[in-house]
Ligand binder design. Structure first.
Ligand SMILES: C[S@@+](CC[C@H](N)C(=O)[O-])C[C@H]1O[C@@H](n2cnc3c(N)ncnc32)[C@H](O)[C@@H]1O
Length: 216
């Protein structure tokens, strides 16, 4: 595990968020379970063995470990040291290797055209201002033809209260995502409601969006 904490903005709110996530992850169990996100797992047919993947804000590793099990070469980062330590244990127990990093989003090295796949699963810590900076970086680090797989909650999730942030502007609408990804080819944008069973953190009927988009 490598540690990178520089290059941050809004240090005070970031520290507060980190303290909160550390507390959430400081339980023995895996808050979001050990199985991959169901939407990501449903896209297994799109993944090419040996290709390079980045799992951003990867949490306790369920998605990065699963990607590595599919034969991809995977890097992952999250700003929570506790989550990344759990992710490392998960990878060890499954016998796969992932390049794990403790790193804040804007301290990550978003190397141009580095990855065939970026997995952005429940990254709704991102405010509108953070999204404006983050999505160009995701596109930058994808290779031409590379895929973004995104899963998140829609604004309708506020009625369910079964996971995700309480801030409406952190949640997705179709119009918002189409705007953010207007310079990519959207291969799928699915809005659907279904029960989620992904640890205590995400449990119950949920308003979801699943997206696959390709860099031109
Ligand atoms: C809802 S969890 C999802 C984790 C993982 N993607 C999954 O699906 O299991 C959101 C994650 O974002 C991470 N996070 C929040 N703010 C972050 C930031 N500024 N930089 C990096 N990671 C952050 C948290 O530590 C947490 O692991």
């Amino acid at each position: 595990m490598t540690q990178q904490r520089s290059g941050r903005t809004e240090p005070h709110s970031l520290e507060t968020a980190l303290v909160r996530w550390e507390a959430r992850f400081s339980v023995g169990e895996y808050l979001f379970g050990e199985r991959p996100n169901a939407y990501l797992a449903s896209k297994g047919g799109l993944l090419a063995k040996g290709s390079r993947a980045l799992s951003l804000a990867d949490g306790e590793g369920r998605n990065s470990v699963w990607l590595a099990e599919q034969g991809l070469r995977v890097d992952a980062f999250d700003f929570s040291p506790t989550a990344v330590a759990k992710a490392e244990r998960l990878a060890l127990s499954r016998g796969v290797r992932v390049g794990f990093n403790v790193c804040e989003t804007f301290a990550w090295n978003w190397a141009p055209s580095a990855y065939d796949l970026v997995a952005a699963i429940f990254i709704q810590f991102a405010s509108p201002a953070v999204r404006e900076r983050l999505f160009p970086l995701i596109k930058q680090t994808l290779k031409p033809g590379g895929l973004l797989i995104l899963q998140g909650y829609r604004t309708e999730q506020l009625q369910y209260g079964t996971g995700g942030p309480p801030e409406r502007d952190h949640l997705y609408t179709e119009a918002l995502i189409r705007e953010l990804l207007q310079d990519m080819d959207i291969l799928e944008l699915r809005c659907y409601d279904e029960p989620v069973d992904e640890g205590k953190g995400h449990s119950g009927m949920s308003a979801l969006m699943g997206v696959v988009a390709r860099k031109r």
